[in-house]
Structure formats: structure tokens, C-alpha cells
Design a protein around this ligand. Structure first.
Ligand code: GAR
Length: 200
């Protein structure tokens, strides 16, 4: 069984964590969540973890974090709304073992562009977090919103892409309605990416 640590914050609702917990319960995903970490007490993800008897930890020093994740023999670190910088040391120690979900369409190369299902250019939303990223789809008059599961690299909001999802933006959509629909797809691709990595 692969050992996962999920890193959350108060920036999200813990929906990706919940999807991973659910996929483990149904045995669709052959892994276990060893630890859920937040940088503050007020993350919904902490509550979701506690309700499922998963060990939780509130931490704000990245030195401690690396030590703990190593001590716990974590195989994959799953960022889900984590707001803190991941140190270069941690990226080196967990090379291609830190996954992130980003509300934007990350290309396969730094100068690449992802195409939406209608052929228009997908928005990367580089450097943008949660609602600000979703607002950008409207500001740029995008036809599709999308998210990406990728391995974290030293390049900001970039790294080997594991999965992408797309949601068509309807005329009546606003940030809340669009983000709600995108989260449903995010939750699916996060689980799919983990199944690819863990179920061997
Ligand atoms: C997700 O929508 C993820 O794409 C975003 O945080 C949210 C966490 O949601 N991450 C970023 O914006 C990183 N740039 P959740 O708490 O419902 O899983």
C-alpha cells in the first residue's frame, strides 16, 4: 500500500481530500492516508480527516514538515490547496513524489499551450490561487475552465502533467458556480492520477 500525506489549508473546502478518502474506502485506490497536514487550525480538510480517523497535524515550519514526512515513510505528498512554499530540499528528497492540483491548464512544456476541447487556448493561470484563478477565466473570456494534476517542480505552477480536466463555461456561470463544477472534475482527476501511481 502506498502511503499518502495530504497537505491542505483554509483556502479550500477539503473536497480533493474527501475524494481521495472516498476512493480508498471503496478500494478503488489502493493506498492509505498516513497524515493530513494543514498550516492552520481552520482548514475544513482537518475536520474531514478527523471524521475519518486520519492523523492530523498543524504545522508551519517546512523543516519540521520534511522531517515528519520522511519519518512517516510517505510515498506521495498530495497538495490540495496548500499555500506554503515547498522547499527545494523537500522537492529533491521527494522528486516526482509531490503532486499538486492547480486550477489552470498547465502545458507539457514551459512554452507550450493547452488546447481547450473547442480548439481555443486554455489558460494556465500561473501564479494564481483558487478563486483568483477562477475569476481569471472570466476576465480573459475563456470558453473553458480547467485544472491540472502535476508533479511539483522547482518551476512555479509547472511540472510533469499527470491529468487535466475541462469544464465548459456557460453564460449564466459565475465564480462560485464554475468553481463548483470544476471541483467535481478536479476530484475525479486527482483520484485517477493517484490510481495510476499507486495501483500497480
Ligand atoms: C483546488 O481547487 C486546487 O485547484 C486549488 O486549491 C483548491 C483546494 O480545494 N489549488 C490552487 O489554487 C493552487 N494554485 P479543496 O480544498 O476543495 O480540495
Amino acid at each position: 500500500m502506498k502511503r499518502l500525506a495530504v497537505l491542505v489549508s483554509n483556502a479550500g473546502t477539503g473536497s480533493n481530500l474527501q475524494a481521495i478518502i472516498q476512493a480508498i474506502k471503496t478500494q478503488e485506490l489502493k493506498a492509505e492516508i498516513i497524515l493530513v497536514v494543514s498550516d492552520g487550525e481552520d482548514a475544513s480538510g482537518l475536520k474531514r480527516a478527523q471524521e475519518n480517523n486520519i492523523l492530523t497535524l498543524v504545522i508551519n515550519s517546512s523543516d519540521n514538515l520534511l522531517k515528519i514526512l520522511q519519518e512517516k515513510n510517505v510515498d506521495y505528498i498530495c497538495l490540495a490547496g496548500w499555500k506554503q512554499i515547498i522547499s527545494d530540499e523537500m522537492l529533491d528528497k521527494f522528486k516526482n513524489r509531490i503532486l499538486n492540483i492547480h486550477p489552470g491548464l498547465i502545458p507539457d512544456s514551459l512554452d507550450g499551450v493547452v488546447k481547450n476541447p473547442d480548439g481555443s487556448e486554455g489558460l494556465w493561470n500561473k501564479g494564481k490561487f483558487t478563486n483568483i484563478a477562477i475569476q481569471n477565466f472570466f476576465d480573459q473570456h475563456a470558453t473553458y475552465a480547467g485544472s491540472t494534476v502535476h508533479f511539483l517542480s522547482k518551476e512555479f505552477d509547472f511540472g510533469k502533467v499527470l491529468k487535466r480536466c475541462f469544464v465548459k463555461i456557460e453564460k449564466e456561470d459565475n465564480v462560485d458556480s464554475l468553481y463548483q463544477k470544476l471541483k467535481v472534475e478536479e476530484n475525479k482527476i486527482y483520484v485517477e492520477a493517484l490510481i495510476q501511481l499507486c495501483n500497480e
